[in-house]
Ligand binder design. Sequence first.
Ligand code: NDP
Length: 434
Amino acid sequence: KARDPHQPEFMQAVKEVMNSLWPFIEQNPKYAEQGLLERLVEPERAIQFRISWVDDQGKVRTNRGFRIQHSSAIGPFKGGMRFHSSVNLSILKFLAFEQTFKNALTTLPMGGGKGGSDFDPKGKSDAEVMRFCQALIIELYRHLGPDTDVPAGDIGVGAREVGFMAGMMKKLSNSSASVFTGKGLSFGGSLIRPEATGYGTVYFAEEMLKQARQSLEGYTVSVSGSGNVAQYAIQKCMQLGAKVITVSDSHGVVIDKAGFSPEKLEALIHIKNEQRGRVEDYAKQFNLVYEAGKRPWHVPVDVALPCATQNELELEDAKALIKNGVRCVAEGANMPTSLDAVETFLHAGILYAPGKASNAGGVAVSGLEMSQNAQRLHWTREQVDNKLHAIMRDIHENCVLHGGMPGGKVNYVNGANIAGFVKVADAMLQQGVY
Ligand code: NDP
C-alpha cells in the first residue's frame, strides 16, 4: 500500500488473488522463491503519455493515455484498451494483473496487458473519435508489435475505435502485421470475436450448472450492462432456453418479466451500437419498466451475469440475490463483484465464477484471431465457436482440478487463481530473474 497509494482497485485485485493463493503457496514453497510474488505484482512496464487532439470546434483537447505491460512470461502482452472518464493507473493496473492470469487460463501463448485513456467517446462525432484514436497511436505505436504487445477493445472501444487505431498503426509501422484484435472482418478480424466474451460467459455458466446437475434451460437470468458483453450473453442465454429479464446501463435498469426475444435484442443492439442511445430509450420502445439509478440485483432470478464494470455488485446486492434464491453468478465483466460480496456468495454456497475464468472467451478468440492472421487463413463461424466452446470447457475443468472441494463442490475463485498462477509462475521460474 505504501508503494502504491491511491490504487484501491489494484490493491483489491492483488488481495483477492493472494488470499486464495496463499494456502497453495505454503504447500508449494518453490513459488515463494526467486522473489516470484514480488515480481508478479509489479508490471514489467507501465507507460503513461499525453494525447492531444483537435475537436470539431477547432479547440485543442488533452487526455491521458496508458499502456500497462504487465507480464510477457508466456507470450506477447495482450489485453484491451478502455476509453472511459474513470480510467486511471489503478484501474488499468488491476485489469492488466487480472489479464495475465486469465490469458494463462485460455491455454494460448499470451502474456497480460491493458491500456486506455480517460477520453469519453460518448457524445463525440466519428471524426473526433478518429482524430483521438490516431493521436493515441502516434505515441503508442512504438510500444506495440505482433510479438510484443497486441491490444484489443474493452469499455468504450469497439469495432469503430479498433479500426481507427489499427489503421494508424499500419500507416506508422509500414506493416500490415496484426497488432490489434477485434478488427473488422474485411481487414483480418475473426468471426465470433464480437460474440466471444458474452457467449463464453454463458458457456461457462452452463458448465458450472452441469457440474451441479442443473442446466440453464428454463432458468431466469439477470444481465447488467448493455454493451458488447451483455448483448451476446443475452443472445446465448436465449439460445440455451433461459429467460433474460433485465438489462442496464450507467443510468438505470430495464425489467422485462416476459423476457428478451430476438426482435427485442436486435432493437437494443441498434439503439446502443448505431444510435449510441440509452436503455431508457429501449424501455420506451417496448413499454417496459425502467428504474433510473438502479441496478438489476434486486430482481429475483436463478442466474446473475454482471456484464458492465468493476464493483457493480456489492454486499447488499449479493444479499438480495441470495435472499431471492440465486443459484449461479458468472462474471462477464472484470471484477464486478466486490470482495465482501464474493465472500458472501462463497459462504452461502452459491456457484460463483470470477471473470478471469468466465469472461476469458473474449481474449481466447483474440488469440484465435492472431493465429488466423499469422497463418493468413480465415476460419468459419462454426470452427471458431467450437474452439471457443472447447476452451471454456477446458477452463472449467482446470478450475475443478484446482478448486475442487470434498463433497464435489468447486471453489472457482481458488481454481482459477491457482490454475492461472501455476502456468505463469512456472514460466517465470524457468526463464530466470530479470
Ligand atoms: P461496452 O463499452 O460495450 O459496454 C459497457 C456497459 O457497461 C455499458 O452498458 C455501460 O453503460 C455499462 N457501464 C459502464 N460503466 C458503468 C458504470 N460505472 N455503472 C454501470 N454501468 C456501467 O464494454 P464491454 O461490454 O466490452 O465491457 C463490459 C465489461 O466486460 C468490462 O468490465 C470489460 O472489462 C469486460 N470484458 C470485456 C471483454 C470484451 O471482449 N469486450 C472481454 C473481457 C471482459 P453506458 O452505456 O451507460 O456507459
